[in-house]
Ligand binder design. Structure first.
Ligand SMILES: [Zn+2]
Length: 179
């Protein structure tokens, strides 16, 4: 058995898998599709899984991407920030990467990773390994988006809204068996 042949084919298989997943993230059409990919990537990279999360959208200051109240089964994502990003960049790949990263970050919190630095490190590792080191999610995992997109700083005074919008069909793979 030739070890180098083996590791070459392993490397090629991994690269193809990264390209396939990156393409799926880039082309995702909604929160549900992106979250399915987040869960798949975490399952494959870390072997961890949880079901039954609800996504809620609310307006918040642009310093907050999303949050997960410890012990709750919701992720609250910043609607005004995502809307603002859509006016700053028309590139769906960048917008999807951003949504992927904030959902991945909060999903890791929901799995029990509570330390902020650890979550950032794990998110960076997971996205780099799953999507390839050059995917925009990798840069976002450990960056300040207000530095990457300074135009979003104008939204930093956006107050926390009292209105919450539940994203329907979110986490649908965990509920689809209910007939
Ligand atoms: Zn966090």
């Amino acid at each position: 058995m030739n070890m180098s042949d083996n590791s070459d084919s392993f490397f090629i298989a991994k690269k193809e898998r990264q390209e396939d997943l990156a393409r799926r993230v880039d082309r995702a059409q909604n929160f549900d599709e992106i979250f399915e990919l987040v869960k798949r990537v975490v399952e494959e990279e870390l072997g961890e899984h949880r079901a039954g999360l609800t996504l809620v959208l609310a307006n918040m200051p642009s310093t907050v991407g999303a949050y997960h109240p410890v012990g709750a089964n919701i992720i609250v994502a910043n609607k005004s920030l995502i809307n603002g990003l859509q006016t700053v960049t028309k590139n769906p790949r960048e917008i999807n990467a951003f949504v992927f990263m904030i959902l991945l970050h909060e999903y890791l919190h929901s799995l029990g990773y509570l330390d902020e630095n650890e979550v950032r490190r794990v998110a960076q590792h997971v996205s780099s390994s799953a999507l390839g080191p050059n995917h925009p999610t990798v840069k976002l995992a450990n960056a300040n988006w207000l530095e990457l997109y300074p135009q979003l700083q104008s939204l930093s005074q956006q107050p926390f809204s009292r209105e919450f919008e539940v994203v329907q069909k979110f986490d649908s793979s965990s509920t689809s068996y209910i007939g």
